[in-house]
Design a protein around this ligand. Structure first.
Ligand code: ADP
Ligand code: MG
Length: 240
């Protein structure tokens, strides 16, 4: 489980996360929605220990992410993260890109890493692209490769940061299909997304952020159907 408690985070004078608390249980899918600059990406970076926090705490499976003694590299292997864009190594095949971290970080043998990589590439529908180079893939296929790469570390949690935002509209669906599949399989996920219909469909809960504050969290029915905060209603009116 991911437990975020009273987290405050600033970049200099700029308060970016303002007393954020959120618990994500095993198997839950939580979407984070909100306008640009509301702190959504920063929250994911803090969960993964890529950004320090000023106060509060974030625990992943009971381990304090920002505690001095925490082995952050070990903790990160539990948490897959996929961004808007991932630049694959152009001189490596799709399979080689996906198996790099299992081999280097998890010290898997080539045979073992290849088996995992193949499995995860099939999982995201790229079983026929193992030996091609990333430049031969469409944007949607590249994002699915990025998801397979994260899954190849066999994480307990997946964080998605606007993974479809840079894609041409006709390529969005195939990436959402992959995420939908992971959600159905019970993967614990936090996803930052602008795809409101998708958030409504796959999420157990949806959180609305504005100016670093989590203004409201609830079921998709509550947030989209009957928002309690004027800020949430205003945001939804602007995007729906
Ligand atoms: P969102 O993902 O919701 O668009 P971000 O978490 O990226 O928002 O950013 C929140 C705020 O923090 C923005 O005002 C952004 O400009 C600022 N910010 C993000 N990263 C940094 C950084 N590394 N240094 C300084 N300011 C940053
Ligand atoms: Mg962002």
């Amino acid at each position: 489980m991911i437990e975020i408690e009273n987290v405050h985070k600033s970049f200099g004078d700029l308060k970016v996360l303002d007393n954020v608390s959120l618990t994500v249980k095993k198997g839950e899918v939580v979407s984070i929605i909100g306008g640009s600059g509301s702190g959504k990406s920063t929250l994911l970076m803090c969960i993964n220990g890529l950004e320090p926090i000023q106060s509060g705490s974030i625990r992943v499976d009971g381990i304090e992410v920002h505690a001095k003694g925490t082995d952050i590299n070990k903790l990160r292997t539990k948490i897959g993260i996929v961004f808007q864009q991932w630049n694959a190594f152009p001189h490596l095949t799709v399979l080689e890109n996906v198996t790099l971290a299992p081999r280097k970080v998890l010290k898997k043998s080539k045979a073992e890493a290849d088996a995992i990589g193949r499995k995860q590439l099939e999982h995201v529908g790229l079983g026929d692209k193992l030996d091609v180079y990333p430049s031969k893939l469409s944007g949607g296929q590249q994002q699915r490769m990025a998801i397979a790469r994260a899954l190849a570390m066999e994480p307990q949690y997946m964080l998605f940061d606007e993974v479809t935002s840079a894609l041409d509209p006709q390529l969005v669906g195939e990436v959402l299909d992959t995420m939908r599949l992971l959600a159905k399989e019970g993967m614990t996920m936090i996803l930052v997304t602008h795809e409101m219909a998708f958030a409504r469909e796959v999420s157990d809960r949806v959180a609305f952020f504005k100016s670093g504050k989590m203004h409201e969290i609830g079921t998709p029915e509550q947030i989209f159907g009957n928002p309690q905060r004027p800020e949430t209603a205003q945001f939804l009116a602007s995007v729906l």
